[in-house]
Design a protein around this ligand. Structure first.
Ligand SMILES: *Cc1c(COP(=O)(O)O)cnc(C)c1O
Length: 222
């Protein structure tokens, strides 16, 4: 894919997000686009940075360390979102590089991130991932444990939780999962909703997504 294709794709996605906000009766700009650049190199990412975009998502700490320090130095105000599972031995590196983590899903990780934020005097935007499909191979806190886990993060670790995140099972109707996550967020007093990918982000916006994570619709297939 050529560089100008990526800029075109990016503008198309931005237009589709605006249209979906309008259709859903949502305020313009109420949805943050996270351009998911995993597996793509700096030369693929630059056209989207040059188009003025600043929120990007990566799913692996080590991969992000290979390309983002230089890009962050070259483009001011980049906000980097970790959207993949985090191991506690990577918490230090993750807190140093990322501005948001969407995959907080167990006490050990919450504690490691809280400790590192205190040590490094950095405050990241944190999302709790919920395994809404209760899939054994997938990360995320189980729905029935979500309220207790949120209480532990807030009361014990004094963490501010910006939102909930989910990845619906591929073979299921995503709307059901988006509606479930929205209800859970309402019940637990969480404001943000990180949900919706290339194939279903317009539906996610209809159900209240505040952050959509879009890779292939911008960068092409991986
Ligand atoms: C890769 C990835 C995305 C983006 O997926 P696309 O279908 O390419 O838009 C979103 N969220 C997570 C957690 C991902 O790993």
């Amino acid at each position: 894919m050529r560089a100008d294709d990526r800029a075109t794709n990016f503008h198309d996605v931005i237009a589709a997000i605006s249209a979906a906000e309008k259709t859903a009766g949502r305020a313009p700009g109420s949805v943050t686009l996270i351009a998911v650049s995993k597996t793509f190199g700096a030369q693929d990412i630059r056209p989207v940075l040059d188009a003025g975009h600043r929120d990007f998502g990566e799913n692996k700490v080590q991969e992000a360390q290979g390309k983002w320090p230089a890009l962050k130095a070259a483009y001011a105000d980049v906000r980097l979102h970790l959207i993949g599972p985090l191991q506690s031995n990577k918490a230090k590196d993750a807190v140093a590089l990322f501005d948001a983590i969407h995959s907080i899903d167990r006490p050990k990780i919450a504690r490691a991130v809280a400790d590192e934020m205190a040590k490094q005097a950095r405050k990241l935007q944190l999302f709790v991932q919920v395994n809404t499909g209760e899939e054994p191979q997938k990360a995320g806190v189980m729905p029935r444990e979500a309220a207790a886990f949120l209480a532990m993060c807030r009361d014990e670790l004094k963490l501010e939780i910006a939102g909930l995140m989910c990845i619906p099972p591929v073979e299921e109707e995503p709307a059901v999962h988006f509606a479930f996550l929205e209800k859970l967020a309402r019940e637990t007093g969480v404001a943000g909703l990180s949900m919706g990918m290339s194939s279903d982000y317009e539906t996610a916006i209809e159900f209240g997504a505040t952050h959509v994570r879009i890779g292939s619709a911008i960068f092409g297939s991986r």
